[in-house]
Design a protein around this ligand. Structure first.
Ligand SMILES: NC(=O)c1ccc[n+]([C@@H]2O[C@H](COP(=O)([O-])OP(=O)(O)OC[C@H]3O[C@@H](n4cnc5c(N)ncnc54)[C@H](OP(=O)(O)O)[C@@H]3O)[C@@H](O)[C@H]2O)c1
Length: 338
């Protein structure tokens, strides 16, 4: 039996557990050039939200009744694919199910050679896509320099918590923005941030940013877009860089995105604003992965993660993530037989 999570309804606003349904499918047999993998950890990603509305973006939408597509750490169970043998650990864009088929067309497919001193789950978060996204975004897109003031939104999240720590390790002054007092404490106590704001407690975000960044923001690592981006535009230093990593604040209402009123600041302050997708910068990933592992080994990076137990709760875990009630990298340990 292959347990699968399918899309039961297009979410209206934030995804609800009932938008997902657990069904039983058959265990797939690999054809020529394919392999069957046993999913071990699902990596919950904000981007999955944009595939649930039925409208195409840079990936095809997931149809009603379709198995949810998402990255996972998996073990090869049967292989007819050159270069992959039974027992290999892999990462790739698979599906929310016990067993998936994988082949040369699987996005992000790569073998993992995990350091046994670290939990395997870290290779989906701090030592995987989240850490690598933060690293590539800050260096390649944001061109961070020691002494820069770096502003990070969703700063207690998977990507944001890594962006804060990497920027601090590079000698930057780091200001994080989060959505709860608990997240403020975690950042203050566990991460080397210089200041933290709770945007839910700031009626005037622009004024709060001006207070926290009196000399202006050199690099804004934007995970949320919307009102936060609009406010950050007014806090940028001349010549500053905005790294467009994500716009999660608009994902639950993509059809009516939040208007931006301060875009003129891009011209007035001569800003550079560039979006990026990690999978277009795969050449940068090996160096990023090596550096991140080194920092973790040296104890210079704290890994935040939140693991839900069993495939059956994937929909519940995903709705919690998309309403901001969790911290760090969100994962589902698939569990089940085998
Ligand atoms: N460009 C790339 O290649 C790439 C790769 C991975 C991820 N991303 C992007 O990075 C961002 C973070 O993704 P992640 O996987 O690391 O998720 P995450 O930050 O671990 O989790 C989501 C967090 O976003 C915040 N959030 C949710 N709704 C929000 C809203 N309406 N307004 C403001 N903040 C909200 C919440 O934190 P608070 O409680 O602090 O609000 C929540 O905990 C997403 O935008 C994602 O699309 C981009």
């Amino acid at each position: 039996m292959n347990r699968q999570i399918v899309l039961a309804a297009h979410p209206r606003g934030a995804p609800q557990p009932d938008d997902f349904q657990l069904v039983e499918g058959t265990i797939p047999e690999p054809g020529p050039g394919q392999m069957r993998v046993r999913n071990l950890y699902l990596s919950l990603e904000a981007a999955i939200r944009s595939w649930l509305d039925g409208t195409p973006n840079y990936f095809a939408p997931i149809p009603l009744g379709g198995v949810i597509r998402g990255p996972s750490i998996a073990r090869v169970e049967a292989s007819r694919m050159a270069g992959y043998t039974v027992g290999d650990l892999v990462f790739g864009l698979h599906q929310w199910e016990d067993y998936s088929l994988s082949d040369a067309n699987t996005v992000l497919l790569r073998k993992l050679a995990p350091n046994r001193d670290f939990p395997l789950s870290w290779y989906a978060g701090a030592l995987g896509g989240s850490g690598q996204t933060a690293y590539v975004g800050l260096h390649r897109i944001g061109q961070i320099q020691s002494g820069d003031t770096v502003l990070v939104s969703a700063a207690a999240g998977a990507t944001g918590s890594m962006a804060c720590q990497i920027a601090a390790l590079r000698g930057c002054r780091v200001v994080g923005v989060v959505g709860s007092p608990e997240k403020v404490s975690t950042l203050q106590e566990q991460m080397a941030v210089d200041a933290v704001l709770n945007y839910r407690e700031e009626p005037d975000l622009a004024a709060a940013l001006a207070r926290a960044c009196p000399e202006g923001v050199d690099v804004y690592f934007d995970n949320v877009g919307g009102k936060m981006l609009d406010a950050a535009l007014t806090a940028m230093a001349g010549g500053g860089r905005i790294v467009g990593c994500g716009m999660i604040s608009d994902y639950n209402h993509a059809g009516s995105p939040t208007p931006l009123y301060n875009l003129w600041q891009v011209i007035e302050r001569q800003l550079t604003m560039q979006g990026f997708l990690l999978y277009s910068y795969l050449d940068d990933v090996p160096a990023a992965a090596m550096q991140l592992e080194q920092w973790v080994k040296e104890g210079r990076i704290q890994v935040l993660e939140n693991i839900a137990e069993d495939l059956s709760v994937a929909g519940v875990a995903y709705s919690a993530m998309m309403t901001g009630t969790t911290m760090g990298k969100n994962l589902v340990r698939v569990g089940g037989a085998g």
